[in-house]
Design a protein around this ligand. Structure first.
Ligand SMILES: Cc1cc2nc3c(=O)[nH]c(=O)nc-3n(C[C@H](O)[C@H](O)[C@H](O)COP(=O)(O)OP(=O)(O)OC[C@H]3O[C@@H](n4cnc5c(N)ncnc54)[C@H](O)[C@@H]3O)c2cc1C
Length: 447
């Protein structure tokens, strides 16, 4: 059987590409190596414990993802609960910084955040951030290439950010979001993530998922693709690309050398998957940047508790600890749990080889310094690592991100690492998938 398109990977990039093509009447086959769809946005049962790929927040300015969800029959407002503030817990001081993040939806909380919190940040600390953000936004728009050569730390030093503002605001807003310490995190990526919020400030707030991300978001998209005549095979790893006698791509190879014939191939895996599938094209000029683009890990830890660890399910940061960001989720994502902490660890490299039991000890010790006591309350735990799933957000890498279009006939790329303005986010993955779908349609029409 020959498909119009075969897509490798059923993360948000592959699913958005698949849905757009199915809506245009194309015959789509998606092959996914994991047993569930969703990739880095998934949940599953790990030996009796419900887990997720890592806790996620849906940013109010996202546009492509909510529109995709509506096409799949999912109402984003029913899938999410909106937060208007975030907490930053101060190590060893039993204090917290409360930051309003929703200028319209939570105006009072925002003003309180700016004028209050004086016991952690003085007015001088807060004012030291003004030139940092103004120059950063300007450089993001006018000199993106130059900005990508600065780390956040170097850029903050250059613009006179005080130590307290750096520790309690810039660390949470950088390591808390992308796990990397600010001296290894590109200033271009940092400002790039905030930039879309400026023209759409009225939309700003962050959404927590009401249920696992496969269950409430990715599986419904997959179901819609199937309803439209497409097919999705989970547990099938793509191992290579097939070519016809004329050297044109004619499909992909799965496990046990199984052949899947298609007129077009979209590789919509994470970067590491793309490097493996396309290894025979390593020297092709169109893919040289893809092979040069470095990867970085993420490490998460998830704990089942006998009662909630925090009063509210809210995004929380623990700067200067290994707890980059965390949230209690027993009233949101994991409502079957009596208590549930989902944590993103920093720096991730330290935890990739560490036994989960040892990580648990360190996690409990660091929670203690933030005033959260977990001893005797832990029922179960899992460490979920992503050793090479992200392209590296370190300075100097943005120019290496490949376009979705390749010069290899029949081959298109999708995935959050490919060139689009939303970096490694759910929105970025969806935008990449939609761009890949538009290019695929054009190629199919050309014949
Ligand atoms: C811990 C964590 C926290 C995050 N927090 C946020 C957040 O708060 N907000 C936000 O917007 N984003 C967040 N992200 C990022 C977001 O999850 C990703 O940017 C997005 O899911 C990437 O989608 P993708 O489709 O590009 O890649 P992936 O989701 O990685 O999908 C690729 C798929 O390809 C499959 N695959 C790989 N190799 C093969 C092969 N050979 N054959 C077949 N299939 C293959 C994989 O199994 C996977 O399902 C977070 C990610 C993590 C890990």
């Amino acid at each position: 059987m020959e498909w119009d398109v075969v897509i490798a990977g059923a993360g948000l990039a592959g699913l958005s590409c698949g849905l757009e093509l199915s809506l245009q009447g194309k015959k789509v086959l998606i092959l996914e190596a994991d047993p569930v769809v969703g990739g880095r946005c998934s949940n599953w049962n790990d030996g009796g414990m419900a887990v997720e790929s890592g806790f996620h927040r849906f940013i109010g300015y996202y546009k492509a993802l909510p529109s995709l969800l509506r096409k799949a029959g999912v109402n984003p407002d029913e899938m999410l609960t909106w937060e208007e503030k975030i907490d930053v817990l101060i190590k060893g001081k039993n204090k917290k910084l409360v930051l309003g993040i929703a200028p319209i939806h939570g105006f009072i909380k925002m003003i309180r955040g700016i004028t209050g919190n004086q016991d952690v940040l003085t007015m001088r600390d807060k004012l030291s951030l003004v030139p940092f953000f103004l120059h950063g936004y300007k450089d993001y728009l006018l000199r993106p290439g130059k900005l990508d050569h600065y780390s956040i730390k170097a850029y903050a030093d250059r613009h006179g950010v005080t130590d307290a503002a750096f520790d309690y605001l810039l660390i949470p807003l950088s390591s808390g979001i992308y796990f990397l310490p600010p001296d290894r995190y590109s200033a271009y990526v940092f400002f790039g993530l905030f930039a879309p919020a400026i023209p759409k400030f009225y939309k700003m707030r962050i959404g927590a998922f009401l249920g696992g991300m496969t269950d409430v978001m990715c599986q419904p998209i997959a179901d819609k693709i199937i309803e439209l005549g497409g097919s999705i095979q989970t547990g099938e790893k793509v191992t290579g690309i097939l070519m016809d006698d004329l050297g044109k791509i004619s499909g992909v190879q799965g496990t046990n050398r199984k052949k899947y014939r298609a007129r077009q191939v979209v590789v919509a895996t994470s970067l590491v998957g793309a490097k493996q599938i396309l290894s025979s094209y390593k020297d092709h000029p169109s893919l040289s940047n893809l092979f040069k683009l470095p990867m970085m890990p993420a490490a998460t830890f998830q704990i089942e508790l006998d009662k909630p660890a925090l009063e509210k399910d809210i995004t929380t940061f623990g700067p200067k600890t290994i707890l980059a960001s965390f949230a209690e989720q027993s009233r949101t994502t994991f409502r079957e749990s009596e208590g549930r902490l989902s944590i993103i660890l920093t720096p991730p490299e330290r935890f990739l080889e560490m036994e989960a039991e040892e990580t648990l000890k360190r996690v409990i010790a660091d929670f203690q310094t933030l005033g959260i006591h977990l001893n005797g309350k832990v029922k179960d735990y899992r460490q979920i690592n992503h050793p090479e799933d992200f392209y590296s957000l370190a300075p100097g890498n943005d120019a290496l991100r490949p376009d979705q279009q390749t010069s290899i006939e029949g081959l298109i790329l999708a995935g959050d690492y490919t060139k689009q303005p939303f970096f490694s986010t759910m929105e970025g993955a969806v935008v990449s998938g939609q761009k890949a779908a538009a290019l695929t349609l054009k190629a199919l029409e050309k014949g």
